[in-house]
Design a protein around this ligand. Sequence first.
Ligand SMILES: Cc1cc2nc3c(=O)[nH]c(=O)nc-3n(C[C@H](O)[C@H](O)[C@H](O)COP(=O)(O)O)c2cc1C
Length: 330
Amino acid sequence: MPLNTQLTKLLGIRIPVIQGGMQWVGLPALAAAVSEAGGLGILTALSQPSPQALREAIRKTRRLTSKPFGVNITLLPTINPPDYEGYARVAVEEGVRIFETAGNNPGPLIKYFKSQGCIVLHKCTTIRHAKSAERLGVDVLSIDGFECAGHPGEEDIGGLVLLARAAKELKVPYISSGGIADGRGLAASLALGASGANMGTRFMCTVESPIHENIKKKIVSSTERDTVHIFRTLHNTARVFKNKVSVEVVKIENRPGGAKFEDVRDLVSGQRGKLVYENGDPDYGIWSAGICIGLIDDIPTCKELLERMEREAEEIIGKTASLITPRSRL
Ligand SMILES: Cc1cc2nc3c(=O)[nH]c(=O)nc-3n(C[C@H](O)[C@H](O)[C@H](O)COP(=O)(O)O)c2cc1C
């Protein structure tokens, strides 16, 4: 029996699981595989060098699946911002109707997507930000807890508390994000009032994920203790895989007098991180990973993964319901 939630109804998907935007990983092959498997695959706009390249990636994804998929646009704290408007316009022109926004000052982008009749999922790490996004008219909030890969914010609040607050305070549907890798996590998310789950790290380690096999194997052999926070002292915290480069960055940040971004710029370069996925050397640069890495011990296809999660979640929900027994009358 399928898990029907507000998310599955709104997006027209079968399983309430989304593959969140992932720089260099959210490419057509993965997004299409997730959508084909019944979840929602998402292309990461900024993994494409230009809006025109995103247009081609959308067309490629559409050749691989006829199911709905989305596009992520991540607003970065950078001096020379990418052409966000161009990426957004091209995606809308190509008929994409589901967007995931993340990062700073999403107002103008959300306004544009809503004016075009699109569904917007916005990723937040605090209930305060979630409420502002709600006021901006987003359709779904993706609540990223402290567990997540990438940017968990600066307040270090785990998913349990964030989602319980979301249940009490948000008006629009919300999904869990961060730390989810199996049916147990999906069932827990639903119990916390979420309409589904967003996953990043788990989808990196699937057959269709376009990264080097060595990195997938590294994820399988790692534990929940193998991530680290960089940029903590720069107030732009990011959870990444613990390797020679990230440990070096933290060391530089913690030296007397602290560090400026320029001090670590070369170590954290995005191009170096991209090469990790191409050459398969996990120590070559910085790459994002969440603590659910400790729950990952295989490399399934997206179909196998989502079917297993669906089965596990249903079993767990059934078992949990059976804990309720009639009260004794004695
Ligand atoms: C390799 C990788 C790259 C990511 N890049 C982005 C990104 O460009 N934009 C974004 O909004 N989130 C990005 N994320 C975060 C994911 O979309 C998602 O929120 C996060 O992975 C959830 O935590 P989990 O890894 O525990 O599932 C990335 C995550 C990973 C693992």
